[in-house]
Design a protein around this ligand. Sequence first.
Ligand code: CMX
Length: 136
Amino acid sequence: MKITHIEHIGIAVKSLEESIAYYEGVLGLKCYAVEEVKEQRVKTAFFMVGQTKIELLESTDPEGPVGKFVEKKGEGVHHVAFATTGLEETLAEVEGKGVMLIDKKPRKGAEGLDIAFLHPKSTHGVLTELCENKNK
Ligand code: CMX
């Protein structure tokens, strides 16, 4: 397992439009992409902060993962994504150490990254995403 950096922090919001106005108008960051990830039932907006991104997540379906999260806990940090290499082997390794995988195999996420989630119940409360950028 080789984690290189925090790829992004996912933040659940009620409205992309209103939160983009905060990140741009108050924090002075620039939204460089807005993308819908249909499979995850979210619309996302990305900001670069050094080599780490902020990913805002607005649900497109109250029954989707972010819709349920916002209903239960309100807006806030939803997940932390670590960049790694050899994602498939990494998943086998963490599963071998007793971590519950949400995704047994990598799948495609926003920005064309290969991603997989680890269950927050086996990661001390943090929904954890591992991702690999094979486009580099
Ligand atoms: N962070 C920490 N804990 C979380 C959580 C989160 N983001 N989401 C849910 N939980 C907790 C719940 O509070 C609950 O805890 P309690 O049992 O103590 O109440 C437990 O996990 C189970 O929650 P649940 O509501 O019963 O289960 P869900 O059906 O909501 O599923 C989860 C939770 C994490 C398995 C599901 O959201 C999932 O598969 N997530 C991965 C995919 C995803 O989040 N996609 C959106 C982002 C996509 C993107 O970045 O592109």
